[in-house]
Ligand binder design. Structure first.
Ligand code: PLP
Length: 424
């Protein structure tokens, strides 16, 4: 450990190729060719005599999630907005949103003219803090959204109990958690609805994509309408050349359909997910033992978690290290040693330049609404502290062999040993 840090001109610790993401599986190319030749590139084109890839994916993903029903969507953001509206949430309703998340957690709520109420997170799991949720509920609250964040599962027992007691729908945002399980059952199936993102960085991806899962047939039918311009797939047989989507007009929607290309890729990726989850967990277990011994605090998960999905591996630095160098410098130093990006967590949503409702005329319904949605009014000390003390990296790294994972531990060791080189 005599050498200086790579960030200040020393030699890099690891010089290796890290796994890339996304990774195509064995049947993607054939399926994509099949879609190209099929004459139907989306469910909103005429039926061609066989089950769409979109419906094949819906069936497979519902089963994977232990849910009765799945409505695929174009993005995770759309799936969150669709799920909220399917639960009857609308203009001026308050929705509990975790304060440490991607901007979509707030923007999807704003997108249906509801009011995101930013609530602080648990210091151990970085997921919604049940006590803070309880304190944030008012007579205007109409839904609770949680995020199973980074590599954690939120405290589902406590949050479900609060939702039931207040008679509120609970939406589980599983954008980070494909494959995670709680009490041996897949996440997404515990709440009123579960929503997923299949954007390019996600554990299950088609570049862009999303899905809503639920056991409630009424919510599923509303979600179908909402994602397909007020149309639902016909339940009775359809002739070739006819539209499979039926215009009921029962509920006005927008177009947030998943294309056949995306659905074909998702079916390919679903084949790979469980084996990848296992490999990531093995790497994470090794790394967590090593980093724990160095005095770092690996992100925790709710008691009851039986399988973690490591969308991002996150670890908190001790105060004595942070007293010497700020977290962004430590992240830069680790990036320089390892050759893949190590970053801070999301910026808390009360202080995030992406969460700016006042920048968009669409939301300027009146001054009262604008005051209610102003992010800076919320106090999120735990989220702020996590942002100032946690570094994280993407899940693809955990697919590397164990000797490469050991390099990550060695890079942390090196950066901690040379922390004074990072003082500002
Ligand atoms: C927690 C969470 N929710 C929702 C989304 C939105 O998903 P999408 O980018 O597919 O719209 C993301 C995206 O990263 C996310 O991290």
């Amino acid at each position: 450990m005599g050498n200086s840090l790579a960030l200040v001109g020393g030699p890099r610790l690891a010089d290796r190729e890290w796994p890339r993401w996304p990774q195509p599986g064995g049947r993607a190319l054939k399926s994509l060719e099949d879609v190209l030749e099929s004459g139907r590139w989306t469910i909103s084109c005429a039926y061609q005599g066989r089950t769409s890839y979109e419906q094949q994916f819906a069936t497979a993903f519902a089963e994977y999630c232990g849910s009765a029903l799945c409505v695929p969507t174009s993005t995770g953001t759309a799936s969150l907005a669709v799920a909220l509206e399917a639960c009857g949430v609308g203009a001026f309703d308050e929705v509990v949103v975790p304060g440490l998340s991607w901007v979509a957690s707030a923007s999807a709520v704003l997108g249906i003219n509801a009011v995101p109420v930013l609530v602080d997170v648990d210091p151990r799991t970085y997921c919604l803090d049940p006590a803070a949720v309880e304190a944030a509920i008012t007579d205007r609250t109409r839904a609770i959204t949680l995020v199973h964040a980074y590599s954690a599962v939120a405290d589902l027992d406590a949050l479900l109990e609060i939702a039931r007691r207040h008679n509120l729908p609970l939406i589980e945002d599983c954008a980070h958690a494909h494959g995670a399980r709680y009490n041996n059952w897949p996440v997404g199936a515990f709440g009123t609805a579960g929503v997923f993102s299949m954007q390019g960085s996600k554990l299950l991806t088609s570049g862009e994509g999303g899905a809503v899962v639920t056991d409630d047939p009424e919510i599923a039918v509303r979600a179908e309408h909402l994602r397909a311009d007020g149309r639902v797939l016909r339940r009775e047989p359809v002739n070739i050349g006819e539209m499979e989507l039926l215009e009921t007009g029962q509920l006005m929607g927008s177009n947030a359909c998943l294309s056949e290309f995306h659905a074909a890729v998702l079916l390919d990726q679903l084949d790979l997910l469980d084996e990848q989850t296992l490999r990531r967990s093995r790497s994470a277990d090794h790394l967590s033992a090593r980093l724990g011994a160095l005095g770092l605090t690996v992100q925790g998960t709710a008691t009851g978690t039986t399988d973690r999905a490591y969308y991002r591996y996150a670890v908190q630095l001790p105060d004595e290290i942070l007293a010497v160098a700020p977290v962004h410098r430590i992240a830069q130093a680790l990036t320089a040693e390892l050759g893949f990006p190590v970053t801070q967590t999301h910026r808390p949503l009360n202080d995030n330049p992406l969460n700016r409702p006042s920048s968009r005329r669409r939301f300027a319904t009146d001054a009262e609404y604008m005051a209610r949605v102003e992010p800076s009014q919320f106090d999120l000390p735990v989220a702020r502290r996590i942002h100032a003390s946690v570094v994280s990296f993407g899940h693809e790294v955990l697919l590397a062999p164990l000797d490469a994972i050991e390099d990550i531990a060695l890079a942390f060791e090196k950066v901690l040993a040379h922390i004074r080189e990072l003082a500002e």
